[in-house]
Design a binder for this molecule. Structure first.
Ligand SMILES: NC(=O)c1ccc[n+]([C@@H]2O[C@H](COP(=O)([O-])OP(=O)(O)OC[C@H]3O[C@@H](n4cnc5c(N)ncnc54)[C@H](O)[C@@H]3O)[C@@H](O)[C@H]2O)c1
Ligand SMILES: O=P(O)(O)OC[C@H](O)CO
Length: 337
């Protein structure tokens, strides 16, 4: 199967997924709003700031003009940070009206919108009306771009309420090192994907403070328990949280130096301020904004999320991390389930 695919967002994940889709025999256009990055990708086939020591396919063409990138595309893959999804989708809508095409949409972003608490597929559905597009599929799972760049084995899930669309996405991405499952639980996959970044900030902080494996395993397990509770309040399938988008992504993000969220937490644990961490990372740390959105959402829905609450207090209220950990530990004893 081969088709014309526009990938929007040329950071570490967007650029590596674009390269994978090119490798799978598709005609891929990669859009970035940064003309310097487009020049580097087209002239040197590198993307040094986001992916060190990697050479992209020469047939992968980058564009800074959205209309050029979208022309002829039957699939549009969004991989911009969550905070940019609405504005990019609004621009895409205008171009699709001009082009009179109706592509299928995929997104691989992991977050919840500030203030509206919308999931990324909801933002896309709001901004790009059904008459301008086919169905929306979410691609998610334990998948650091750095490992995919090495063609290391990676398994993800493609979630859509449209089973044919999910299968189509599965076929587009599958190859000898990238295996894709399908899932109909869009809500569960998006909630799990967004909120695991909060827990990775936490395990990173534990690492920075010198805590061991027991503490990190505990945080990931109890973190997943509260993420599942929030998911259940929206009608998510509990099984999703035991799958690739749930436990799989908590493990990869909550234990790896490749994770920006884990690394950010690690630096916080070692004593850097949040602003210093954001300034030095130079790439998106989705968990910071997601902590605020999830904290507010949990309050609004009456869902108990003590770990999210503790991380919110550290990030947004200046609470000392050790005190936050101690307060969590000294909560009244309770039944595990
Ligand atoms: N990096 C990974 O391994 C990975 C894996 C799975 C999912 N994701 C998710 O993919 C999304 C993108 O992550 P990333 O790692 O590629 O981020 P990144 O920080 O590496 O790159 C983000 C890209 O988006 C662009 N961008 C930023 N603001 C923009 C705006 N307002 N309009 C248009 N473009 C803008 C940047 O120029 C950059 O090219 C995130 O939601 C992340 O959670 C990342
Ligand atoms: O680098 P992070 O922390 O944004 O995590 C990347 C992916 O979401 C891992 O699956």
């Amino acid at each position: 199967m081969s088709e014309k695919i526009a990938v929007l967002g040329a950071g570490s994940w967007g650029s590596i997924l674009a390269n994978l889709l090119d490798e799978n025999g598709n005609e891929v256009s990669l859009w970035s709003y940064n003309p310097k990055q487009v020049k580097e990708l087209n002239e040197k086939h590198t993307n040094t700031h986001y992916m060190k020591d990697f050479t992209y396919s020469e047939t992968l063409i980058a564009y800074s003009d959205l209309k050029q990138a979208l022309t002829g595309a039957t699939t549009v893959l969004f991989v911009v940070p969550t905070k940019a999804v609405r504005s990019v989708a609004g621009d895409v809508k205008q171009v699709l009206e001009e082009l009179q095409t109706k592509p299928q949409l995929i997104h691989a972003s992991k977050g919840i919108e500030q203030g509206t608490y919308k999931r990324v597929s909801e933002i896309l559905a709001e901004e790009i009306p059904a008459e301008l597009r086919k169905s929306i599929t979410v691609l998610s799972g334990p998948s650091h771009a750095e490992d995919v760049a090495k063609r290391d084995i990676t398994l993800v899930t493609a979630a859509s309420t449209d089973a044919d669309a999910a299968k189509h996405v599965q076929q587009l991405f599958m190859n000898r090192y990238f295996r894709v499952y399908t899932n109909s639980d869009v809500i569960g996959v998006e909630i799990a994907a967004a909120l695991k970044n909060i827990i990775a900030l936490g395990t990173g902080a534990l690492n920075g403070l010198g805590y061991g494996d027991n503490a990190k395993a505990a945080l990931m397990t109890r973190g997943l328990a509260e993420i599942s509770r929030l998911g259940a309040s929206f009608g998510a399938n509990p099984q999703t949280f035991t799958g690739l988008a749930g436990v799989g992504d908590i493990i990869v993000t909550g234990t790896s130096e490749n994770s920006r969220n884990y690394r950010a937490g690690d630096e916080l644990g070692k004593g850097q301020s949040l602003q210093e961490v954001i300034d030095t990372m130079g790439m998106v740390i989705e968990g910071v904004a997601t902590t605020k959105a999830a904290y507010e959402l949990a309050k609004q829905r009456g869902v108990e999320m003590p770990i999210t609450g503790a991380i919110y207090q550290v990030l947004y209220e200046g609470k000392d991390i050790r005190t936050a950990i101690s307060d969590l530990m000294m909560r009244e004893g309770r039944s595990e389930f």
